[in-house]
Every structure is written in structure tokens, then in C-alpha cells.
Design a protein around this ligand. Structure first.
Ligand code: SAM
Ligand code: SF4
Length: 331
């Protein structure tokens, strides 16, 4: 905690939640094979939260000690008002980090504007370092733009730049040596994420799920070592190597104790609070985002709901909760 900030929200299991993942849209321009293999099928429903609603929401969470916001989706860069959203969120007292998770296609055109608006951290998804595989996985041959965007991020001096790669058996799980080479001179972190089963991807999951601990073994054998965790760190385990400027993070949702380090809450693009990525229910916050007069009621609803957060997800029992795919909530 920094002097003057509220302590981060906590739950009945002693976990703290300084971190909010806010989805800005369910739409996406990619069709990643494990997420939206048939592309986004524009579901009907209320429109996504607008800038004023988002600012009220973030003010509420910040008053409860939240200090990091990640903007996600779907593909958040498809929002035409993204720059305004970043500016509005960054202006909320108490918010110290504004991050985005994006597929990176619009980075070359839009990153400077996001940076000026107050973006402090960038996560870009890139499941393969090989252009043809990337094309096959996402349905789009746009890796060159992403690599250009990463160079731009470094030139702009964005403090935190990370890459996300989902581990996929038989698809990209032979690329660790290539990644290590990539990280030799680049001061970025790549996070290998274990594929999660969702409502829609069961057959794909059964065919391509690869356990993250197999990658940890390979890293250790190659001389990488695990870095100490800092307080409030999320569930990623970080690895470094003296000969490499970049680092590796491992996100293993099926690992024992994964949920005990949970430090985040989620809000969907239509304003539902989700206590767990794989939870069975959402709590509508949108009715309390229409007027500043509902500020106290908003805080009360969030804190009451946090009392209901479960100790862990039911993924081991095959329970994937409400979500058909992660584009519907933001990963
Ligand atoms: N469209 C943006 C992107 O891809 O970066 C943001 C939203 S996407 C849902 C957020 C992250 O979730 C991405 O890194 C993506 O690879 C990951 N993801 C999506 N489906 C997943 C799954 N079933 N298991 C593990 N990670 C998944
Ligand atoms: Fe779109 Fe991201 Fe899902 Fe890929 S992982 S389909 S980029 S939302």
C-alpha cells in the first residue's frame, strides 16, 4: 500500500484484489483456434459500457484500493474510443497502472496515442514465433505488424511489455529454444499460458492441452531459475537467466494452489462483475454506473459480492462456469 491509498479489497480467504480486468468488447477481428475458431458471431444484447460508465466503475474500484486496471476483450483495440477510455481510467485518483491485452494488429497505428493517453503496460498475444503457424492459428497473416508494434513499444519506453503465448500440444510446443533465442537481447517477458477448457473448446482442449510444468522442467534444464515472488504478484511464476535480457512467466491454472494467489476481479464488457474467470454467476454493476449519486451503492455491492468469492475454480471437475470462450470475458 502507498500512503494515502485505501488498502486493496480482500476476501474471506485472506486474498487481496489490487487488480481489475475490464473487458471493453466481446468482438474480435481474429479467429484463434482455441478461442473463436469461427470468428466473432456478433451476439445481440445491450451495448458495451461507455466512457462515463467505465470511469464511474473504475472510481468505485479505486476507492476500494484497486490500483491496476487491465483493458481486455474480445479485442479492446477495436473500440474507436479506446484512447478516451485509457485517458479516463488513468485520470482516476489511485490508479497507478493502466495495462492492455491485445492481439497487437493495431499497434503500429494506435500505440503512440494510447501511450500519450496514459497506457503504462502492454501485453500482446503471439502464440507462435513462426509466421506461417501464427497465420494458421489466428486466421490472419499479421505477425509482421505485431513485431513492428513491439519495437515501437520499446522505442516509446513503455515500462512493461509482455507477450502471451498459449501452450498448444502438437501446434507450438516445440518452440521453447526459439523463444529463448528471442529473449536473449529483448527486455520483454513471455508468459506461457496453459490452455484452459471453456464451454466451447472441449475437443480442442483434449487434443492440445499441454501441462505447463513440462515447460518448467525444460527451462530449469537449460539453466533458467525461478525468481522470488513479490507481494501482490498474480499467479504467474517468473523465470530468468543471466544470459538473457528477457524473462519467462508461466501461468498454470491447473496447478495446485493456483487460486490461492488470485489477485484479480473481472468486469465484463456489459458491466457484470465476475468474481472468478470460471464462476457460475455475474453481478450486474451497470445499473449503478448511470449516476454519480449511486457511488456508495456501487461500493456496497462490490464489497458484499466479494464475500461470496469461492476459494477456487472447478476446472479440475470439468466445470467451466458461464463462459463459452475467453473472448466473452477477457481471459
Ligand atoms: N484479444 C486479446 C488478445 O488475444 O490478447 C485480449 C483477449 S484474449 C481472450 C486474452 C488472452 O487470453 C490471450 O492471451 C489469449 O491467448 C488467452 N486465451 C484465450 N482463450 C484461452 C484459453 N482457452 N486458454 C488459455 N488462454 C486463452
Ligand atoms: Fe480474439 Fe484474443 Fe480470442 Fe484470439 S484470443 S480470438 S485475439 S479474443
Amino acid at each position: 500500500m502507498i500512503d494515502g491509498d485505501a488498502p486493496a479489497l480482500g476476501d474471506s480467504f485472506g486474498r487481496r484484489f489490487p487488480y481489475l480486468r475490464l473487458s471493453l468488447t466481446e468482438a474480435c477481428n481474429f479467429s484463434c483456434s482455441y478461442c473463436l475458431p469461427d470468428g466473432y458471431q456478433g451476439e445481440a444484447g445491450p451495448r458495451f459500457l461507455g466512457v462515463a460508465e467505465i470511469q464511474r466503475l473504475v472510481r468505485g474500484f479505486a476507492a476500494l484500493g484497486m490500483h491496476k486496471i487491465r483493458l481486455t476483450g474480445g479485442e479492446p483495440s477495436l473500440r474507436k474510443d479506446l484512447e478516451q477510455i485509457i485517458e479516463a481510467v488513468a485520470a482516476v485518483p489511485g490508479i497507478r497502472k493502466v495495462a492492455i491485452t491485445t492481439n497487437g494488429t493495431l499497434l503500429p497505428r494506435r500505440l503512440p496515442g494510447w501511450h500519450r493517453a496514459g497506457l503504462t503496460a502492454l501485453n500482446v498475444s503471439m502464440d507462435s514465433l513462426q509466421r506461417d503457424r501464427f497465420h494458421a492459428l489466428t486466421g490472419h497473416d499479421r505477425q509482421p505488424e505485431i513485431l513492428q508494434g513491439l519495437q515501437m513499444a520499446q522505442a516509446l519506453g513503455i515500462a512493461s511489455v509482455k507477450l502471451n503465448a498459449v501452450l498448444l500440444r502438437g501446434v507450438n510446443d516445440d518452440e521453447l529454444p526459439q523463444w529463448m533465442e528471442f529473449l536473449r537481447e529483448r527486455p520483454v517477458s513471455v508468459r506461457f499460458i496453459e490452455l484452459m477448457r471453456t464451454g466451447d473448446n472441449e475437443a480442442y482442449f483434449l487434443q492440445h492441452h499441454r501441462r505447463a510444468d513440462e515447460v518448467i522442467t525444460q527451462l530449469l534444464e537449460a539453466g533458467w531459475s525461478e525468481r522470488p515472488r513479490y507481494p501482490d504478484a498474480g499467479p504467474a511464476r517468473e523465470f530468468g537467466h543471466p544470459g538473457h535480457r528477457g524473462t519467462v512467466g508461466i501461468i498454470a491454472p491447473y496447478a495446485r494452489d493456483f487460486c490461492s494467489s488470485c489477485n484479480r476481479l473481472r468486469v465484463t464488457a456489459r458491466g457484470d462483475l465476475r468474481l472468478c474467470l470460471f464462476g457460475e454467476f455475474g453481478v450486474p454493476l451497470r445499473p449503478l454506473l448511470q449516476s454519480d449519486d449511486d457511488f456508495d451503492a456501487l461500493l456496497a455491492r462490490i464489497t458484499t459480492q466479494l464475500g461470496l468469492k469461492a476459494a477456487g475454480h472447478g476446472l479440475h471437475q470439468g466445470q467451466t462456469g458461464l463462459i463459452p470462450h475467453l473472448a466473452s470475458i477477457g481471459g
